[in-house]
Design a protein around this ligand. Structure first.
Ligand code: ATP
Length: 245
């Protein structure tokens, strides 16, 4: 099967500063793929490149067979994004937040948009909270609602930037469970940026680790395999919670 996302020899420079170079890996349909690495190594930059918000300095990215450089509109139709901040509109109910992409990108009438939004909220366990405002719900519920909004247009690929950030361990584990369930029920592919080791071990089939000092990829593989066998100090340190030697 062709890879769903193909990243080939990708580099990003800002001015004369290289963030990363020679980054290459594929993501297969149905995977939950984690992108890891310390602050500033370029995780969010790579997500922006995948959705065509930032053109790589060099290299090629294709998504579902479409070149991001040449066919960005086709690429965007295949991807739902949850940004790090969650970014729900505070003055809108959860139902209105989830229905918003349907109003912007489809010709569905309001009643149908609301019905789809209700279904997406039910999928993430928020069926009873449709009329609430973001300020009235917990941090975990905000993340769920943001995931529901990313699902609004039924994209085959979901990019989640730190879905567990700021959550307690139990709520974080509930978000992990939700991601696994959505992958299984929808057959969607997930690309998840995260720092949370328990989440990575719980959900990711494979992961890629970027490193600022190495200016690129330092590990690619199954998390438990990397945890057990990597000899790279930064990778060992991350997976075994040690100070790098
Ligand atoms: N548009 C830009 N112009 C200049 N520098 C940038 C730009 N965007 C990002 N950077 C720099 O590139 C580096 C990588 O940023 P990025 O946000 O991708 O890191 P990250 O791995 O997602 O970090 P974090 O875990 O802190 O979110 C950082 O040093 C950042 O300051």
């Amino acid at each position: 099967m062709a890879p769903l996302i193909s990243i080939q020899n990708v580099a990003q420079k800002f001015g004369t500063r290289t963030i990363f170079k020679n980054v290459s890996f594929n993501i297969e349909p149905g995977e939950i793929f984690a992108i890891l690495g310390g602050s500033g190594c370029g995780k969010s930059t790579l997500l922006k490149q995948i959705i065509g918000l930032l053109a790589p300095t060099s290299g090629q990215i294709t998504v579902a067979g479409h070149s991001v450089a040449d066919e960005v509109e086709a690429v965007r139709k295949t991807i739902g994004v949850m940004f790090q901040s969650g970014a729900l509109f505070g003055s809108m109910t959860l139902l209105e937040n989830v229905a918003l992409p349907l109003a912007v990108f489809t010709d569905l009438p309001a009643a149908a948009r609301n019905e789809v939004a209700r279904i997406k909220l039910a999928l993430v366990g928020l069926g009873a909270a449709a009329a609430r405002l973001p300020a009235e719900i917990s941090g975990g519920m905000v993340k769920r609602a943001a995931i529901a909004r990313a699902l609004a247009l039924d994209p085959p690929i979901l990019l989640l930037d730190e879905p567990s950030a700021g959550l307690d361990p139990i709520t974080s584990a509930e978000i992990d469970r939700l991601i696994l369930d959505l992958r299984d029920t929808l057959g969607a592919t997930f690309v998840v940026v995260t720092h949370e080791l328990p989440s990575i071990l719980a959900i990711a089939g494979r992961c890629a680790m970027l490193d600022a000092k190495a200016q690129g990829l330092i590990a690619l593989g199954q998390p438990r395999e990397l945890q057990a066998n990597s000899t790279i100090p930064m990778v060992k340190a991350f997976f075994n919670r040690e100070t790098p030697s």
